[in-house]
Design a protein around this ligand. Structure first.
Ligand SMILES: *Cc1c(COP(=O)(O)O)cnc(C)c1O
Length: 409
């Protein structure tokens, strides 16, 4: 008899975005002519930049020629031309030394942050922020690293670290001993960033507790404050305890192209039950080349072009467009008396719902009275209740319309 992985049965039904979709459909049925402005799902809206398009066209032509055709990308860890561009531009330029064999190119930071847990033991205690990017939690539920879903939200066996207005949405170190810590800065959904001092505390905690930090830096390109680290490896000693995830999705509009990478330093250790230290880098390499055959050559050439002088300039313009949206949203809502967070070093605005409304209550209120869709904070975790996420990934004209409608609410 074939049995199922019963861990999947623990997953909470009614995942955030399906529920949002259901409410929008129900609203549209009653109001077929409503012009809805979507500021909900965190997907980019601007097209790929010319430098990327040109590089990808060229790569397509190479694929059409017997002399330049490419099949599998050897061991699936990414072409050297891309890993060199990553090493030089994302790290060496910030005084961080990363070796080529510490970089693993992939099809997405979602897959990487979801897959990474499988190289670690099943008994590890997982710590996540609350609110949280749901991938970190659900993949550990599927693997069997948690208990059942709790009525109060969350799962048994996971350590949740509340991110509140009081702590600036950067969690305090856990009081208990945890083994695997997921951090995401700049943060989705709160738009918060972590300072060098805060990350230094985390690195210290991980060292002291022989823990590993999984650092999701998918939004590093949105940092405008020069004092905020772009990589956790800007912190001394982080190469001993941290894995970092990056993606071209939000940096360069690759959500529909797919290209990302992870960094697993060769210094990073995890332990056998008998306490013997083991290198983690070969574990991830082994998993990668066993289960993955690499990202398309065309995507990798497109990603390489992100680092060309033209590419850099063009991508900066796109990010500025989004961050201008963020500023418009923050300024307009602040003027209207809302309390808003984020939106300065991240494309997300995290606003406190007015008049003590619940997150979903505010969602319905906004949809019905302003025809605007956002994301209820409660969908990201218990501590997100009473908050609401708006994204700056939108057309500027739609942001203008949305802010006019907020005024009339
Ligand atoms: C969008 C996003 C990513 C990127 O995912 P891809 O699979 O690379 O498109 C990673 N982490 C967070 C928190 C995100 O919001």
């Amino acid at each position: 008899m074939i049995t199922v992985n019963e861990n999947y049965l623990k997953l909470k039904a009614g995942y955030l975005f399906p529920e949002i979709g259901r409410r929008i459909r129900a609203f549209k049925e009653k109001n077929p002519n409503a012009d809805i402005v979507k500021m909900g799902i965190g997907d980019v809206t601007q097209p790929l930049t010319p430098a990327v398009i040109e590089a990808m066209h060229k790569a397509v032509d190479e694929m059409a020629n017997i002399k330049t055709f490419k099949g599998y990308d050897d061991d699936g860890v990414g072409y050297e031309f891309l890993r060199k561009a990553i090493r030089d531009n994302d790290f060496a330029a910030r005084d961080v030394q990363i070796d080529l064999d510490e970089i693993f190119v992939s099809d997405g930071a979602k897959s990487d942050t979801g897959n990474i847990q499988e190289i670690f033991g099943i008994d590890n205690i997982i710590a996540v922020t609350d609110p949280v990017y749901p991938v970190y939690v659900d993949t550990n539920v599927m693997a069997g690293r948690t208990g059942a879903a709790k009525d109060s939200g969350g799962y048994e066996g996971i350590v949740y670290m509340p991110c509140t207005a009081e702590n600036g949405f950067v969690p305090a170190l856990p009081k208990e001993k945890v083994d695997l810590i997921y951090l995401c800065f700049p943060n989705n959904p709160t738009g918060a960033v972590a300072t060098k001092e805060q990350l230094t505390e985390w690195v210290g905690y991980a060292k002291e507790n022989k823990a590993v930090i999984l650092f999701d830096a998918a939004y590093e390109a949105y940092i405008s404050d020069p004092d905020i680290p772009h990589s956790i490896y800007e912190i001394d000693g982080a190469k001993d305890i941290a894995i970092e995830f990056r993606s071209f999705s939000k940096t360069a509009g690759f959500t529909g192209i797919r290209c990302a990478y992870s960094v697993v330093p060769k210094n990073l250790k995890a332990y056998k039950k008998d306490g013997i230290a083991v290198d983690v880098n070969p574990f991830w390499g082994r998993r990668h080349c066993t289960k993955f055959n690499g990202v398309s050559y065309i995507s990798q050439r497109g990603a390489e072009a992100v680092y060309s002088p033209q590419g850099k300039k063009q991508i900066r313009q796109t990010i500025e467009l989004y961050m201008n949206n963020a500023k418009t949203i923050c300024d307009s809502l602040t003027a209207l008396g809302y309390t808003v967070y984020g939106g300065v070093n991240a494309p997300y605005i995290w606003l406190k719902t007015p008049d003590g409304m619940g997150s979903w209550e505010f969602f319905d209120h906004l949809l019905e009275n302003a025809n605007i869709v956002g994301t209820p904070g409660a969908g990201f975790g218990t501590a997100g209740e009473g908050f609401f996420r708006l994204t700056a990934f939108a057309l500027p004209e739609n942001v203008t319309v949305a802010m006019e409608r907020f005024k009339k609410l």
